[in-house]
Design a binder for this molecule. Sequence first.
Ligand code: NAD
Ligand code: UDP
Length: 341
Amino acid sequence: MTKKAVLLTGGAGFIGSHTAVALVNAGYEPVILDNFSNSQPAVLNRLEQIVGRALVCERGDVGDSAWVQSVISKHGICAVVHFAGCKAVGESMADPLKYYVNNVAGTISLLKAMQAAGCRLLVFSSSATVYGDPATSPITEDFPIQSANTYGATKVMCEQMLAEMSSSDNRWRAGVLRYFNPVGAHPSGLIGDDPSGVPNNLMPYVTQVAAGQRPMLDIFGDDYETEDGTGVRDYIHVQDLALGHVAAVRTLLEGASSFTVNLGAGHGHSVLEVVRAFEAASGQQIPYQIAPRRPGDVAAYYADPSAAARLLGWHAKHDLNDMCTDAWRWQQYASQNSSKT
Ligand code: NAD
Ligand code: UDP
């Protein structure tokens, strides 16, 4: 039987690459589409090493609708997972047009291509950032959504477009996945998060301090109303997240109507807990200092992931120790290889 082909826009990136492996393991044929604006073509060799066979990759931009349509038709794509986009909150405030072009116009271009090719099943990478500054946790999907920054605004707009398209034409079915804080790496250590420049996020910063690439971690505030005063987030292993995408694709292919779910572990960890867990997993000391709060940060939030359990049969399995162990293995590999991915 021919394997079902699933297009992964941004499939060479952090979450897309792990999802490509998970799709292969689940019996699908991933087709990676990427312009390598935030990843390296060399990731493909690593992916092929992991899965033990050749993978299909199309190099190009999701904004080129006619070309994307031809890719969908050429490979007989049955569903698309749309990862491609920009994701840095600070950059989105400094250069909003870049975010509206790549994230919103890019999604419109993809939807046009899918419509023209007759493929209307889409899994969309959204983010917990759409909840803005939630009043309480755990967060359920019916919490109000509000954009605290341009990046968040692009995710809110795309979610709205998808909701309107599904209600206008029931052949369009979308699975919107709101990720909490993806960290960790594939246990092979061959693929992982590969931020360019100074990492914005906690885990890659910690791994670079552990590797001696940065002298110390700044902890942004220790006076929040949390147990130890540092910020609390819902960290989710990228391997669990990848399986969430497989479950979403399978659920849509089985005929489910559109859905929106949180993908998170359902509990939070503080910055200090992450630092201690990482020290234990890596055997490295993480020097840190307490710095002022980062503007826009909230004290604590974590997901209620029960809708994902109910609709997709999915829940996160890996714990913080797994996330730190795998992130450290990847960091060591990346440090030893000039071209990281
Ligand atoms: P990433 O930057 O590692 O991967 C994105 C990939 O998309 C990259 O390989 C990049 O080269 C590619 N790309 C970007 N613009 C493109 C375009 N116009 N055409 C073709 N390819 C393009 O990011 P990631 O962490 O894997 O995130 C994937 C998605 O998940 C993004 O939409 C992001 O907003 C969303 N998300 C990420 C996080 C996170 O913390 N990593 C959290 C919530 C949501
Ligand atoms: N954080 C920190 N130092 C850093 C990066 C992040 O103390 O160098 C804190 C941040 O204030 C937040 C937590 O770590 O409480 C997670 O931050 P991240 O940027 O990874 O995720 P987000 O805030 O977007 O959920």
